[in-house]
Design a protein around this ligand. Structure first.
Ligand code: CP
Ligand code: NVA
Length: 314
């Protein structure tokens, strides 16, 4: 059974297909084949979500399927029923699971114990739907309507600033390796990427594919993309104050953004906290593509759903 828990769950050939399919689905929006006809996909969310939840619900519906949203509190999951049994039971009812939770091991367990495809809609370790969308958003600009999307990404430099030790940074570390991009992460001392992502990178056959620095200016030099995320993620609310002080030097100000390539893109997965990790002026810059990223969640996730549904059908 094919799952999408991490960036490298699609082979390089499949990755190219996902991106091409996303471009086609975006072009044909409203006229998509009902690939998920007669299917129900369950969305299990243990954390808040605007983009991911809505884009999956709309995307599943546009592909002819039905989305069943389940707040984690609605289920016995993790309280009086194990992750494994939840996977076994839900697999008898639905055709796929889209899961947002804390421990990455939970999505792995759901995938291992169930018999339907599982999509990672964000864990503390990774946010692969976001990174696929981010590369698609950059590639559609760089490649145009007919150019090779993957080729447009190869060799590009991304600077990731701020919280360099959580899901978005991790996913971009893995994504950059997969898409042949060069990534430099700039964050405070003590926020170097952790062992979990380093081990995963090694297990996937990548070595020394990223650089970490405490110098934000060095990171943005020559960058094609300047990326940031909130400084305190969901579940880290109590650390917000000390992080604000520590991460201040890594805020994407207009001055810092101007030090990247003259045509560099600004990206943020959103939600953003203007005045903290990014200045409002940068969000408003014509080279900020944050709302294209948000929209493209729909098209890219539809492509992922189509790929998984086709493979599940055999
Ligand atoms: N970027 C993202 O995943 O947003 P949501 O938390 O709103 O889903
Ligand atoms: N790092 C953020 C991403 C939100 C889309 C979080 O986990 O809260």
């Amino acid at each position: 059974m094919k799952h999408f828990l991490k960036e490298t769950d699609f082979t390089p050939q499949e990755v190219a297909k996902v991106l091409e399919l996303a471009r086609e689905l975006k072009r044909k929006r409203g006229r998509n084949d009902p690939v998920l006809s007669q299917q129900t996909w369950a969305l299990i969310f243990a954390k808040a979500s605007t983009r991911t939840r809505v884009s999956f619900e709309v995307g599943i519906q546009e592909l002819g399927g039905h989305a069943l949203f389940l707040n984690k509190n609605d289920l016995h999951l993790g309280r009086s029923e194990s992750v494994a049994d939840t996977a076994r039971v839900l697999s008898r009812f639905v055709h796929g699971l889209v899961v947002r939770t804390y421990a990455h091991s939970d999505v792995e367990e759901l995938a291992r114990c169930g018999s339907v495809p599982v999509i990672n809609a964000l864990t503390d370790l990774l946010h692969p739907c976001q990174v696929y969308t981010d590369v698609f958003t950059a590639a559609e600009r760089w490649a145009g309507p007919t150019g090779n999307l993957l080729a447009a990404l190869r060799g590009r430099k991304i600077a990731f600033l701020g919280d360099t030790r959580f899901n978005m940074a991790n996913s971009w570390i893995l994504g950059a390796a997969l898409f042949g991009m060069h990534i430099v992460l700039a964050g405070p001392k003590g926020y170097e990427p952790g062992t979990q992502i380093n081990d995963l990178l090694k297990a996937e056959g990548f070595a020394d594919t990223y650089q970490f620095t405490t110098d934000p200016d060095a990171a943005v030099e020559n960058a094609d993309i300047v990326y940031t995320d909130v400084w305190a993620s969901m579940g880290q609310e109590e650390e917000a104050k000390p992080r604000r002080r520590l991460m201040q030097p890594y805020a994407v100000t207009a001055k810092l953004f101007a030090a990247a390539k003259p045509d560099a893109l600004f990206m943020h997965c959103l939600p953003a906290h203007p005045g903290e990790e990014v200045e409002q002026a940068v969000l408003d810059n014509p080279r900020s593509v944050v709302f294209d990223q948000a929209e493209n969640r729909l098209h890219v996730q539809k492509a992922i759903l189509v790929m998984l549904a086709r493979q599940a059908r055999g």
